[in-house]
Design a binder for this molecule. Sequence first.
Ligand code: SF4
Length: 182
Amino acid sequence: MPDTEELINRITETGFGCTRCGSCCTRTSADSNLVMVSPPEVRKIMQATGLEWNEVVKPYPETLEAPGGGRYTFAWCLRRDEEKCIFLEENGKKCRIYENRPWICRTYPFMLGDEDLLIFECSHPGNQVSREDAEVILNELTERRKHEETEIKTITKIFEKTVIRPGSLIVIDSEGVKTIHE
Ligand code: SF4
């Protein structure tokens, strides 16, 4: 992984500053605005909105097949309608859960991968990034990565002990195993 100084310089050089255009929250292709969320993030949104679990998220659309015939996935995604994330206001400019939005939304279009900073496409990069802004972005990316690593460790332990019944569809997350009734 590049050192902190290099990461800050690279974030600054992108010239990315969120203009709140809403493009990354809008469905432009099948998976264009698929936002994966962990159970702690879902719980936070539930608390902020009063919505139930299934009103906030759906299982990740692609599932894996277990040797015995059941299907499973490790991820949840924010619900979307035909056009956009359900939390994007009608005018397409404002997130209804902005203060409680998930890590992916907070840090888009950046991600700290295993070995490098990844930068995804943003159609309206807009403003300049100051060094201070880049430091804030890097701090959030570091926190996100720690969160994701903790989630992965917990899910791996649960997965090792999980028996997937034939014909079932389950989501294995950091809270345990959730059966989906289709
Ligand atoms: S939660 Fe907010 S920021 Fe994230 S995709 Fe939905 S509307 Fe956009």
